[in-house]
Design a protein around this ligand. Structure first.
Ligand code: ADP
Ligand code: MG
Length: 236
């Protein structure tokens, strides 16, 4: 038991380190990017392609951090009760600036509390990777709708965008490491998302049509007797 406790503490330290490194490394990357851009503006044509390559690689490093490590948190103390209403409200707040930057709109509807088991940080990482793809897929009049509801013991989260959509061959490759159709993509976002959802005993499905948009459906088992109702904490 003691050994287990120590291991948990170590994991906690490591993953908190990962999250703070992710945060701390982004700043110098951004500063470096700014200076490279400045120098590129002053450089001769012949050198510009080197600057643009350097900037692209910095952006790739930032994206890897975002897809993988933004919410890095421990594996072990993980399974707690999460209220989707609360989690999705936080996600909405976090994503709104990026959506506005892309001239899109987002609506989130979670009419009732839905309780599932999971890890809040990882859940956010999983959902944000999906939503970020929607944001990157939308053009003008971009719209993203997120709904969550309960259905026969299952919590269903539906994320719909009216973005560029996908061909069937693309859909088949979702979640494969390094599959990306973006010039600055990592192709790691959905791999991480599928893995997190699987660990939380959920499922993820995509439906998409080229030129129309994409729908992601996430399902998790609902907790039928949430322990937030105090009685269930009492000994049986
Ligand atoms: P990345 O975003 O770095 O390319 P992801 O694993 O997040 O990697 O996504 C893989 C690919 O799946 C994307 O490059 C894109 O082609 C496709 N994709 C995922 N979500 C969407 C979406 N909502 N609309 C259109 N294409 C999508
Ligand atoms: Mg992505």
């Amino acid at each position: 038991y003691n050994h287990q406790l120590q291991r948990t503490e170590k994991m906690e330290i490591i993953s908190e380190l990962a999250a703070s490194i992710a945060h701390e490394v982004r700043n110098p990357l951004q500063v470096t990017r700014g200076f490279l851009q400045l120098l590129s503006g002053k450089s001769v044509d012949h050198d510009k392609s080197y600057f643009s390559l350097a900037i692209q690689e910095l952006d790739r490093a930032s994206s890897i951090i975002t897809d993988f490590l933004t919410f890095a948190k421990p594996e072990l103390d993980t399974l707690v009760e999460l209220n989707l209403q609360h989690e999705l409200a936080q996600i909405e707040t976090m994503m709104t600036p990026l959506i506005l930057l892309n001239n899109g709109e987002m609506e989130v509807h979670v009419p009732e509390p839905q309780i599932i088991l999971g890890n809040s940080s990882k859940f956010k990482q999983a959902l944000i990777n999906i939503i970020k793809n929607s944001i990157e897929a939308i053009q003008e009049n971009g719209h993203i709708t997120i709904n969550a509801w309960a259905e026969e013991g299952i919590a269903v989260i539906r994320i719909v965008d009216n973005g560029e959509g996908m061909e069937p061959e693309q859909i088949a490759k979702l979640g494969e490491p390094y599959f990306s159709t973006k010039s600055k993509g990592t192709g790691l976002g959905l791999m991480v998302t599928f893995r997190i959802i699987e660990v939380m005993e959920g499922t993820l499905e995509f439906y998409s049509e080229k030129g129309k948009g994409t729908e992601a459906i996430v399902r998790f088992p609902l907790v039928s007797n949430p322990s937030s109702k105090k009685t269930s904490l009492l000994p049986q």
